[in-house]
Design a protein around this ligand. Structure first.
Ligand SMILES: *[C@@H]1O[C@H](CO)[C@@H](O)[C@H](O)[C@H]1NC(C)=O
Ligand SMILES: *[C@@H]1O[C@H](CO)[C@@H](O)[C@H](O)[C@H]1NC(C)=O
Length: 115
């Protein structure tokens, strides 16, 4: 278990370094949401886009009525992009994820949410 945690932490550090953001845990959690976010580059500008997601409050969906346990955001451009949670997140039933591209680069994130 300790070794496992160390590997996860190491992975998190590496992910942040190349623009990925990894929060909470996806281990043994159902994936409740997946979206590929893609926006073309803006000349000489950094592109900022939000992905706002709310868990369904009820119904037969996995994670319905619960809270978010894990968020994985993979930077598919491998550039200086970043993704940050601005509201909600782990332990909440919603999350606002702010994604920022590198200058002159397209924005391309693959986002997975676990509950
Ligand atoms: C946003 O996330 C990046 C890593 O993806 C981090 O380096 C940066 O400090 C964060 N910014 C804020 C405002 O939290
Ligand atoms: C998403 O959340 C941000 C604040 O975190 C807000 O500025 C933005 O308007 C929201 N977008 C939508 C489509 O609700």
């Amino acid at each position: 278990m300790k070794v496992h945690t160390a590997i996860l932490l190491l992975a998190a550090v590496i992910f942040v370094e190349c623009g990925h953001t990894f929060m909470g845990t996806s281990v043994l959690r159902p994936q409740v949401y997946h979206k590929e976010v893609r926006f073309s580059s803006r000349f000489f500008h950094k592109r900022v886009e939000y992905l706002n997601y709310t868990l369904p409050a009820y119904g037969g969906y996995p994670g319905a009525g619960g809270s978010i346990q894990g968020i994985l955001a993979f930077d598919m451009t491998h550039s200086g992009a970043s993704a940050n949670v601005t509201r909600g997140g782990i332990g909440y039933n919603f999350v606002d994820l702010r994604m920022k591209s590198d200058r002159n680069k397209e924005l391309h994130y693959d986002v997975y949410i676990y509950a």
